[in-house]
Design a protein around this ligand. Structure first.
Ligand code: EPZ
Length: 421
């Protein structure tokens, strides 16, 4: 297993290009199952999760080709040979469960493995099942698989979600595009990835209104046609790289970054003493003056502070002046980066969903272990300003969500290298 070696050093200067959003692309790709015509995605990120989704679609008999060094995904699902998403794929990547809604809607049946838990939490699918059953699907859980069928098609319904689940919103919206009649989804997730998915579905002929709000209304249509869609910029990659100059000092321009994608996050950066400026090409980030100030953070569904940036924010707060309280409300076990940061000299007390970080002057490099995707990059960020060398092991987690992370950080002067195992 490869490691990434970070040597703490000077300020960072230059530009980092932001790729297409992993979590948008993983919802957009299953949309190809809704139509017999080709769906082409541009600005796709080059990530192992995208390869996993490509493999899953191919296992169903869909065509899914990665072109132009992975930046274009050409897909079509004219004739499927299977509607079964196997456990060995789904357990590796939970987002595989996003084939469930499209398969039921267009093919009338699906067998999708429950993903099982992952490092950050139990990851149940009760809200997905609730919404799809409201649309008329019959879903049984047997031998670890959801066996779903809708022999007479789906019917529009009122679906009040008890939690603004991103994945459940995506599965329900995709299924409802081909249901007979009107579906009204309330307490829907408002993430930019939902907005991006709806814009793609609309380009395919779907009739949907309200994306980005808590109420999404879908008028079912008989069929969807093909489309070409550009994947929205990745707000989590963006926020991650915005923290690099915040932690190491200097000034970095994140190309393709959009302020509307990271509103709540930028508010916290501003309070911590980090300057964010909109430019013609993206967002320029620098430290205003002197030391970072401690801030309190509570993760919430969009437009609140994103849970996927909590670990990275903690890395910055480890050397802030004062004590910060981080409250993780989305996942039940998302502080696994804390003990690793402690190995670097951070002062962090974790009690359930809360972490208290008392700033120290400087972290010290150390061997640390990546435990999940966002934790792994928070350790690299912490290493940028630590004294000495930080060796992050198990970086396969990183490859799931960050393309060319070493190249992008070296491009702004960071001393980072990947060491083959
Ligand atoms: C998406 O996961 C993202 N993944 C996650 O990003 C992100 O952290 C999460 O949304 C929250 O923003 C993708 O888009 C592929 P949820 P998802 O359904 O859809 C509970 C990353 O690092 N819940 O909004 O699985 C669930 O247990 C990943 O890129 C139920 O209880 O998130 C969790 O506590 C990590 N029942 C909370 O809701 C359900 O049926 C949020 O889950 C579904 C979810």
């Amino acid at each position: 297993m490869d490691s990434i070696v970070v040597t703490g050093g000077g300020e960072l200067r230059g530009e980092i290009p932001i790729a297409g959003a992993k979590n948008a692309c993983l919802a957009l790709m299953p949309a190809t199952l809704l139509s017999e015509e080709p769906l082409t995605l541009t600005n796709a990120p080059r990530l192992s999760d995208i390869k996993t989704m490509t493999t899953l679609l191919q296992s169903l008999g869909a065509e899914a080709a990665s072109l132009q060094d992975g930046q274009v995904l050409a897909m079509s699902s004219h004739d499927l040979t299977s509607t079964r998403a196997d456990y060995d794929i789904v357990r590796k990547m939970r987002a595989s469960n996003l084939v469930l809604g499209p398969l039921i809607a267009r093919h009338g049946h699906a067998e999708v493995s429950l993903p099982g838990g992952c490092a950050i939490g139990a990851r149940p699918m009760d809200l997905h099942i609730f919404g799809l059953e409201k649309l008329g699907a019959e879903i049984d859980l047997r031998d670890g698989y959801l066996h779903a069928k809708a022999p007479n098609g789906l019917k529009g319904a009122e679906i009040p979600l008890t939690f603004a689940s991103v994945g459940a919103t995506e599965n329900i919206v995709m299924a409802a595009t081909l249901a007979k009649g009107t579906t009204v989804l309330t307490n829907a997730a408002r993430e930019p990835e939902i907005v991006d998915l709806v814009q793609c579905l609309r380009a395919m002929g779907a009739q949907i209104e309200g994306e980005g709000t808590s109420r999404i209304e879908i008028q079912g249509v008989d069929r969807l046609h093909g489309a070409t869609h550009a994947v929205v910029a990745d707000r989590i990659e963006l926020g991650t790289y915005m923290l690099a100059p915040a932690i190491a000092g200097g000034e970095v321009e994140c190309l393709g970054g959009r302020l509307d994608l990271v509103g709540a996050f930028v508010e916290k950066l501003d309070a911590a003493g980090i300057a964010v400026e909109e430019t013609a090409r993206g967002l320029r980030v620098s430290r205003k003056n002197g030391r970072i100030r401690a801030v309190d953070v509570t993760t919430e569904p969009f437009p609140g502070f994103p849970t996927d940036l909590q670990a990275q924010m903690m890395a910055m707060l480890c050397t802030a002046e004062g004590t910060s309280e981080l409250n993780e409300t989305i996942f039940e076990n998302r502080f696994m980066h804390a003990p690793e940061l402690t190995r670097m000299g951070a002062r962090i007390e974790v009690h359930g969903g809360k972490a208290r970080v008392t700033g120290v002057n400087k972290l010290r490099g150390a061997p640390v272990m990546a435990t999940d995707l966002r934790a792994s990059v928070s350790l690299i960020l912490a290493g940028l300003a630590a004294e000495g060398e930080t060796v992050v092991s198990r970086v396969y987690h990183l490859d799931r969500g960050y393309e060319h992370v070493v190249r992008k950080l070296r491009g702004v002067g960071a001393q980072v290298e990947r060491v083959k195992a």
